[in-house]
Ligand binder design. Structure first.
Ligand code: ADP
Ligand code: ZN
Length: 803
């Protein structure tokens, strides 16, 4: 008899899978993709079988303890996708598999044995059955083994085989649903500005609480205010005592997607949309189309039709969106059309809910998966189509190992499973545009679906434009002011983009010029006013706003660089009758807060929505007739090869929110660089023109997609040690390149633009060359990079940024 062995990948940063012996009782369940429980030192861990072998390992192998699922957890195609990710990005296979399966399915080692009706008696099995019966029908394996003082796995596996018991791997920690929670709500009659100044002057804590509540739309869970926003309980209690706010016990907010009926667009596709759908149908399985459709051209309907066709063939679909919270409209349309066939995978799900959704997809009870980045791993059965909406978004790139890009994984998975791929965008990435060829064809939707054309975009030169004096440091031109007044007077809605959160970007002493920096990160602290503090946007550290300069004691401290909080304050005084809503990271940290704000805009309860890039994506509000960009230059001069690309995409996308309804609309973009090609092309809605210019820029020196990049980032707490390690790494790479005669540039070592984050100094070495060659280096280097003590090296292949 041959003894089989299984290679098992564990959710740990291990270079290789471990080898385990397959006990006879489990032989038929141990197949690639199966979830197993294995001993690792003194623990039991869940792992995934990646391959079988007859070759015994050098050291004696331990036994696989259990295989809890009747069907392998991962289908072959997903396992193959994992292998590709692991090889391409140089990430351990186990870590890759860990992001593929829901957290609950890795449940540490809590294997629970449940008794069924048909349990036989006798021997060890009989003792186990008797024990379980005494314990009310179920118990963890570890507990049974302790109670019976002998190994029990073998007997349990035999019992499971005859259906006498059922094995379940317990989720590590599921956030049990909290039934009710305390919510702080502002009273209907809010104090006037004067009363507030008089009453709250001596209580900054109360004032901070009041401002935070106003910002969050008048109410927020108490826990959120105290735990996440760091407001003092005393301040909130003070407001309640004064009658300005009250605390209510309400049923806690449930997943708004769960019962969302969804609104179906009762639309018949227009000619361009029909042509697009036909082109998708005509695409060979495994190949793709780049749906290049201007903002408002009705790409969503094309996605829905493509999905409908897949379902009609009895196949399933995945729809990826950049961020679920920001795209409630898309989600609701998909729900409206496909109802219960849809599983929405979003970050608000508890571990248990996520695992449930996963199982329903795996069993084929749900056929369409909608979600952000990681939904590319949804175990949809017989995948017919993968749609990647806003394919240019950088949020599709994972920020930790495995550093995969969901769009690129989609390309691979579509090929492996014979699914059609649809990449959609109004502003396609240079990468996708460059990839256009026999296996990726372009389909364009050059016009908006409705009757309205794309809105005119006007660039206002901030260097010369007349400004409203009252606006002080805020760049606010008379031109924009007039348009906002006009839109408000017509009861239309306004969107204002300022891509910088907080009150001001920096605080600088007027005497010595010192700018207050984070002492853990090399970055200036941002001034916040609600609640007040200097905050680090990298590590979240917070310190009080100093009354005087901490370096020289100088009394005059100047704020520079306007943020959304300051914009909001200005708008409140300039347009006192307008109802404002602000959307940025600070106002959306509570669960479902995006949804709440966007619902209010949709119901017409908001006149001006201001915010960061969050307001630039997929929103479709017909009454928005004016979009203003306060400062188009915030990201234009970042030392990164994607600075122009990001600026173009942001401006073009936010401009696309204007004039979607019958009233039309216009866009005002304020800038100090009105001649920059990113802005001139955005103003003309000229994505092709932008890409032509940008691809030209990236010829020489070559940057993606004209060359491939691998960014090796070296970090550690010791500055000299990191610089040293980066030098060694660069020399190592150069040696490898020379010895193998590869045509690869080794760039650096150099300090990263963000030289320090969370106490860790950062240097990098970049490799540039052909993708295929870099791929070989990555695979070779993955487990061999020189990594001295105290220093970490990460491999970032196809980086979305070099900061
Ligand atoms: P995109 O995602 O391309 O920016 P959307 O899919 O959000 O555009 O569609 C823009 C608007 O046009 C939506 O309000 C949608 O309801 C409308 N629309 C799309 N297709 C049609 C159609 N065939 N007939 C009428 N209206 C349409
Ligand atoms: Zn910091």
């Amino acid at each position: 008899m041959t003894i089989g062995y299984g290679l098992v990948a564990l959710p740990l940063p291990l270079a290789q899978p471990y080898t385990y012996r397959i006990p006879e009782t489990l032989a038929d369940r141990i197949v690639p993709g199966a979830r197993v429980v294995v001993p690792v030192r003194q623990r039991e861990l869940v792992g995934i079988v990646t391959a079988l072998t007859d070759t015994p390992p050098e050291q004696s192998a331990r036994d696989i303890l259990s295989a809890p699922d009747a069907e392998p957890a991962l289908p072959e195609a997903l396992l193959e996708t994992a292998r590709w990710i692991s090889g391409y990005y140089g990430a351990p296979l186990g870590l890759t598999l860990r992001v593929m399966l829901p957290a609950a399915m890795w449940g540490a080692s809590q294997v629970i044995v449940e008794l069924t009706d048909s349990a036989p008696g006798g021997g060890v099995a009989g003792d186990i059955v008797a024990y379980l019966a005494r314990k009310g029908g179920e118990a963890p394996v570890a507990t049974i083994a302790r109670a019976l003082k002998r190994p029990v796995w073998d007997a349990i596996n035999r019992l499971a085989r005859v259906g006498g018991v059922h094995l379940r791997v317990e989720a590590p920690e599921t956030d049990a649903a909290i039934a009710t929670e305390k919510v702080v709500r502002l009273a209907e009659v809010v104090p006037t500005l004067l009363e507030r100044e008089a009453g709250l002057r001596r209580s900054p804590a109360q004032r901070a609480a009041l401002e935070a509540l106003e910002e969050l739309g008048g109410s927020a869970p108490l826990r959120h205010l105290v735990e996440q926003m760091g407001l003092s309980r005393a301040g909130i209690d003070g407001l309640v005592k004064r009658g300005i706010a009250r605390v209510e016990e309400v049923e806690s907010q449930r997943d708004p997607f769960r019962d969302l009926a969804g609104t179906a667009p009762p639309l018949t596709p227009n000619a361009a949309q029909l042509a697009a759908v036909a082109a998708i149908d005509a695409t060979a399985p495994g190949d793709g189309v780049l749906l290049f459709g201007v903002t408002g051209s009705g790409k969503t309907l094309v996605y829905l039709e493509a999905i409908r066709h897949a379902l009609a063939e009895g196949r399933g679909a995945i729809l990826l969106v950049p961020e679920i919270a920001l795209t409630p409209q898309t989600v609701s349309r998909v729900r409206g059309v496909f109802g219960d066939q849809v599983a929405v995978l979003h970050s608000g799900l508890s571990d248990g809910e996520r695992a449930d959704a996963w199982r329903m997809l795996r069993r084929g009870e749900r056929k369409v998966a909608v979600g952000a980045r990681s939904a590319i791993f949804a175990p949809v059965r017989d995948l017919g189509v993968i749609v990647v909406d806003e394919e240019h978004e950088s949020s599709y790139k994972n920020g930790e190992a495995p550093r995969y890009h969901a769009r690129d994984v989609a390309v691979v998975r579509a090929r492996l499973e014979g699914a059609r791929l649809v990449l959609g965008s109004a502003t396609p990435s240079p990468e996708s545009m460059h990839r256009v060829g026999p296996r990726l064809t372009v389909i364009s939707l050059p016009e908006r679906a409705g009757t309205q054309p794309l809105p005119p975009v006007e660039l206002v030169d901030l260097r010369s434009a007349e400004r409203l004096p009252e606006a002080g440091p805020l760049p606010w031109s008379m031109r924009l002011d007039r348009e906002v007044l006009a839109a408000l007077s017509r009861a239309e809605q306004v969107l204002l983009l300022l891509n910088r959160r907080g009150y001001a970007a920096t605080l600088q002493c007027q005497a010595c010029g010192a700018v207050r920096q984070c002492d853990r990160c090399s970055i200036a602290l941002t001034v916040h006013q609600s609640p007040p503090g200097l905050r680090c946007h990298y590590c979240g550290r917070d310190e009080p706003i100093p009354a005087a300069c901490l370096e020289c004691g100088g009394a005059v401290q100047r704020m520079r660089g306007v943020g959304t909080q300051q914009l909001e304050r200005f708008l409140a005084s300039r347009f006192p009758a307008a109802r404002l809503a602000r959307m940025d990271l600070d106002t959306t940290s509570a669960k479902w807060s995006h949804q709440t704000i966007l619902d209010r805009v949709g119901r017409g309860e908001v006149d001006i929505l201001l915010g960061t890039q969050m307001i630039a994506k997929g929103l479709d509000f017909p009454n928005v007739t004016l979009v203003g960009v306060i400062d188009a230059d915030t990201g234009l001069h970042l030392p990164d090869f994607r600075a122009a690309e990001r600026t173009f995409q942001l401006i073009a996308q936010v401009a696309g929110r204007a004039g979607r309804g019958p009233k039309g609309g216009r866009v005002i973009v304020q800038t100090r660089n009105p001649d920059h090609y990113a802005l001139t092309t955005a103003a003309q809605h000229d994505t092709e023109g932008f890409l032509r210019a940008e691809l030209g820029q990236r010829q020489s020196p070559p940057y993606p997609p004209m060359a491939s990049l691998v960014n090796l980032v070296v970090s550690g707490e010791n500055e000299l040690g990191v610089a040293d390690a980066a030098g060694t790494l660069a020399a190592w790479c150069a040696g490898l390149v020379a010895s193998q005669r590869l045509t690869v540039d080794v760039l650096g070592p150099a300090p990263c633009a963000l030289a320090r984050i969370k106490l860790r100094w950062r240097w990098h070495v970049a490799l540039r060359g052909e993708g295929e060659v870099l791929g070989r280096i990555v695979r070779y280097a993955a487990n061999r990079l020189p990594e001295p003590r105290g220093v970490r090296v990460i491999i970032d292949r196809d980086p979305v940024s070099l900061l």
